[in-house]
Design a protein around this ligand. Sequence first.
Ligand SMILES: Cc1ncc(COP(=O)(O)O)c(C=O)c1O
Ligand SMILES: N[C@@H](CCOP(=O)(O)O)C(=O)O
Length: 465
Amino acid sequence: MDYISTRGAAPTLDFRSATLAGLANDGGLYVPARWPHMSLDEIRALAGLDYVETAVRVMTPFVAGALCEDELRELCRAAYGRFSHDAVTPLVQLDHRHWLLELFHGPTLAFKDVALQLLGQLFEKFLSGGGTDLTIVGATSGDTGSAAIEAVAGREHIRIFMLHPEGRVSDVQRRQMTTVLAPNVHNIAIDGSFDDAQAMVKRLFGDAEARNALTLSAVNSINWARLMAQVVYYFYAAVRLGGPDRPVAFSVPTGNFGDVFAGYVAAQMGLPVARLVVATNVNDILHRALASGDYSAGSVTATATPSMDIQVSSNFERLLFDLAGRDGGAITAMMREFDTNRAMTIPADMRAGAAGLFTSARIDGDTMAMTLRWAKENGGQVIDPHSAVGLAAARELEIEDDVPIVTLATAHPAKFPDAVERATGVRPPLPARLGNLFDREERYERLTGDYDAVKAHILAEVARG
Ligand SMILES: Cc1ncc(COP(=O)(O)O)c(C=O)c1O
Ligand SMILES: N[C@@H](CCOP(=O)(O)O)C(=O)O
């Protein structure tokens, strides 16, 4: 499979090179040159397969030319063997039409593990010949950070620098990152928001001095391999609910537009998806963009769903690329306008193109809290606040009665005990494997939101060896 940039001016790469590169050198994001297709019979044949086999069937076309099926299977076994539930991503029924797809049974208790456990394996495989030392630089609003660190801590030929917005992640999230003391792990807290951290990461990829000094790679969902792994659970869930002979709707709590874009990819591959609901918190740029074309980023509001406190959603560019007929020049012009003004209008024809599959909803804090209570009282489930945003949007969805609606449960409630307790009166305990998290030593740098300071710190740490 070839990978092309959404901005049309970067070299075409194979899967291995696109994974190691992370971001394209024209500032764009890599996408497959074409969407692979699965026939209805091929999708039917997924029924009864376990998660690893489903993953192999769904991902094989994306890795063609870089990995054979057996190599992919071996990496998937290693990645998903670390999950605490046999089904890896089990479905839980809430009522006659609402289901939760639990994506938080990996080592760091968020959906990020599904992709990052595999990405860690891919990095190891692709770097095993030696000769390249990767410097991963990532930004996190709380969950990507720990999942990425867990996936690469202690690995040879990799060093990771993870930027998080100081004071804007939960204590559990921060400690899951900062208590990993492996020498190849570097946590940096910056003044500012996740958007500021993400902008710094992208700037570093375009910085000639940094690019000359470092072989950079990405663990955020700007890296195509992240999204590829997330496509799998849409197939896995749909087939369990009668797909492909029964369309299924998905509601996805959304920040960087990665998880819901993976659902879009599943639909492009042939999975009958009735609707994809883009559920935002009050940082609602994606809801406004889809509902009215207003793609303008205000400042980020801190909420009880900190992982979704994002206004500049990287992966929206991937959707725009398809909606613009895969015209890299048009996307370059649009993204330039957005970078200059922090605002642009999504043209009506592009919105109409999205409307066939996507709907959106903005869920405020009160509705989120009410939904946490509803899930506890009706489905007997204590869920996390991000999942509650998704569930609230799912419950607003007007759709035919016989279509099951699956809400992606993106994090374990124990990552956000204060918000869950405030809404439900229940304080979810940390699972045993994280039990001593609050007794462990923390280590991280605090830096201002100044790009040059962050860059200098990273270069100095790498030079120290
Ligand atoms: C718990 C949780 N839910 C939802 C999201 C949103 O996912 P995405 O950024 O892929 O839209 C994130 C992070 O972004 C998250 O950490
Ligand atoms: N919520 C995310 C934000 C980064 O998203 P990513 O999927 O692009 O890595 C986080 O937890 O860090």
